[in-house]
Design a protein. Structure first.
Length: 351
């Protein structure tokens, strides 16, 4: 029964996100908002609606470990798995704007989580700060989109033809309703699943829930990669990760009575992995502004190593510290290799 409740909640989340994105996209087109702005905000943020619903519900239900684990796990999954799989489908061309703007913002917001969580909790005031930064980021994106002359078409499958306002509004309301119900069932199922398996809610949030709520990003980015809209595939992932930290984690912390607690193991391991995943994007993106297939495969291997470490921690495996140190050495070594490759690529571009 627990598994059924979990799966039904996940299905409602995904369907609700689809209705929400379609309704918001049509409504935006009705008010003549440029497609570029819709792609960078509505599509990217709409695919993060499941994370928002689940994290807020978990925070209100005093399941702070699920709330934090969902955000951190989703960002790790988005960068390493979604980007990795998209690059394996086809090499991803990265625009200069994403390298110059979105990646540094993602790295900065990830580091902000480390700073805010050092005392063991992200308070309501700190959550409000994240929301304010999220609002500023959204306004900035809209302003940038309107000021740019070149418009990028949004993803295939997202209808942008304006229609009657009531239809768009009904789609948004229906999608929100499904998100609310689905998030409650998913969180309830996840808590029961953690208890049945004897693992912490943090690990369930970092893995099962994070992967489940990231399915819209997987579908959107893979479809964009297959259809040749590869810049959108990258932008969707980066925009969703930034949205997760500023809006999702911010709202959850702001509305929860005691904020969102940050367990020591999350602050010392999982959050640094999230930061590392965002940092490793920079040298890869600079290597000719293309994410090659081998680099996408490297991302997926990184995530598999992370999963193995989580499993080892869950079963209290011996030599866990040695495993983490070995993984760190591999990541640092490949990171240095990517930095060298990026430096050589930039040197060739100048010459």
């Amino acid at each position: 029964m627990t598994l059924i409740l979990f799966l039904i909640g996940l299905a409602l989340l995904l369907a609700g996100a689809e209705f929400l994105v379609r309704g918001a996209s049509r409504l935006a087109a009705r008010f003549s908002i440029p497609p570029l702005v819709i792609g960078l905000t509505v599509v990217a943020f709409g695919t993060s609606a499941p994370e928002l619903a689940v994290t807020v519900e978990a925070a209100l239900s005093n399941n702070a470990d699920i709330a934090l684990g969902n955000v951190v796990g989703s960002n790790i999954f988005n960068v390493l798995v979604v980007l990795g799989l998209s690059a394996l489908v086809a090499p991803l061309v990265v625009s200069y704007r994403l390298v110059r703007l979105e990646v540094p913002i993602l790295i900065g917001t990830s580091l902000l989580v480390v700073l805010l969580g050092w005392n063991g909790a992200i308070s309501r005031s700190e959550g409000s700060l994240l929301v304010i930064l999220g609002l500023a980021y959204t306004i900035f994106q809209v302003h940038q989109g309107r000021s740019e002359a070149t418009e990028t078409a949004p993803l295939e499958g997202i209808e942008l033809a304006p229609d009657s306002g009531w239809r768009s509004g009904a789609s948004i309301i229906f999608g929100l309703g499904m998100l609310i119900v689905g998030s409650r069932w998913l969180v309830a199922g996840a808590v029961a699943l953690a208890q049945a398996l004897g693992v912490s809610e943090l690990i369930v949030g970092l893995t099962v829930i994070a992967a489940g709520t990231s399915l819209p990003e997987v579908a959107t980015s893979l479809m964009a990669s297959l259809r040749g809209e590869r810049d959108i595939a990258v932008g969707n992932v980066l925009g969703s990760c930034i949205f997760n930290i500023l809006w999702v984690l911010g709202l959850a912390s702001a509305i929860s009575r005691g904020g969102v607690s940050v367990p020591p193991e999350a602050w010392s391991f999982d959050i640094p992995v999230m930061v590392a995943a965002s940092v490793v994007c920079l040298p890869i993106f600079f290597t000719g502004y293309v994410i090659e297939r081998w680099e996408g495969g490297l991302f997926v291997v990184y995530y598999l190593c992370y999963l193995l470490l989580l499993i080892a921690a869950a079963v209290n495996a011996p030599n866990l510290l040695a495993l983490r140190l070995a993984t760190l050495v591999v990541v640092v070594a490949t990171g240095l290799m990517l930095v060298v490759s990026a430096a050589r690529a930039m040197r060739r571009q100048r010459s």
